[in-house]
Design a protein around this ligand. Sequence first.
Ligand SMILES: [Ca+2]
Ligand SMILES: [Ca+2]
Length: 507
Amino acid sequence: MRTVITRLLSISLFMLLLFNVCKAADEYCIPPFLDKWGDPYTGIVNVKFEGETTLDNSTPYDDKYKYFDELPPVELEKGKEYNLSITLLNTMQQSWAKLLQVRVWIDWNHDFDFDDEGEEVITVVEDSTNLFFEELLKVPEGAATGITRMRVYEDMVFGHIDANPCGYINEPKESIGHHGNVEDYDIKITGTGTPQPELTLSVDTLDFGGVVENQSDSLTFDISNTGSAALEITQISVGGTDKDYFSIQNINLPLTIEPGNSETITAIFSPTGIGNFLAGVGIVSNDTGGPGIVRLAGEGIAEPKPELTLSVQELDFGEIYNDQTKQLEFGINNSGNDTLMVAVLMVKGKDANAFSLSGFDLPLNIEAGDSVAIIVEFNPVDKGDFGAQIIIGSNATEEPITLVVTGKSLGPNSVLEDTNILSLSLTPNPASETINIKYDIKEGIYEEIHLYIVDLSGNKVKSLNQTREIAGGQNITADIMDLPAGKYFLIIESGGTYNNYPLIIVR
Ligand SMILES: [Ca+2]
Ligand SMILES: [Ca+2]
């Protein structure tokens, strides 16, 4: 491991050295003059730069490329303006040969090239027969202090494409200025520049996330002045497609922020609809870098509320006997987007005692999208029709809602009117395969007992037993598979009296 680290370290050091060597070797490109191409028909005969010190250099027109490093550098102060003039000579008399082009580059950031923004300070191309050019040049506030380079270029227009500082664009092998002249000068940049304000924002985007429709939320951001002069803010405004959903808390303008200080701005999102909304805050100031912009994003969402729905419109238990119970279920569903809280769940009405509810505790909380099954039991104590209402009180509705429950009792499963029979039970009922009949006969009865099944029209559909029984308990099991589903009566006949017992057959 140590070896690897040492090797890595060595490589790093080597790269660092190489980098420094390369850096030390940095110098400006020399325009690739090809002497065999053309004669210097035109050229620069004077360059005058009136800086804090003045350059006034007269030269032959035909000196092609020359770096005048023996001359003292022209001193320029950051932020100031200076006049630069160039005088040319053209030995050609033909009209086509009189058109001249001039470019001047200054390596303001001193990175040994002339390619950075603002470094081509003079551009005159194609339409000039002038032999004298001058321009007032402003030294950028951000220029690097120290010695740097200016390159002055001149050539005939005709037959030559646009130049760059190191050759012709797209044709690097062609000599730059091969009917003209290129001159390099040293420039010395001094000064601290004019203090400038600089607007810096604490965020690019304020994302409000979800805000309930017709409610508001606010977020803040800071405008800081990271420059060296007072920042004057003249306008803060909201723009963009959804600007109506956003606003800025009132602030007095113009607003001055001293260097190093900041101001907190409050943005407000007030969705009056549902959906995603985008806008932006634009901040206009004396920072020349353009307005500051903070993007605004937010989503209008529906107000959270529970919504109660029932799985059934009503509950009908149908028909059962008194000594039976029957259970049915219904579901309470929450189809809303907030928790449903059921505080009241009870049976009311004249027959409330015949019904009971189970399967829950109160208060019953049902999360959004969930449902709970409620068990309702019907246990009638008398023959007849029963009706009641299940009352459901919750935070979903102003008034409790009701669910109607009904059921019918066919009466006791075994009631004996025949004085010869003490008791009878018929199970199961409803039945599907077999029925079991138990009955007791009084002491001293010698009548024949007939048991049979009739349909609703009174037709005998099945005979079960016909015997003269002795007193005591009797037990008959009968197959009813051959009878279709429906309502029947079990008839027990004894001594000329008949008793009917409802029988329901289900399939
Ligand atoms: Ca010259
Ligand atoms: Ca540069």
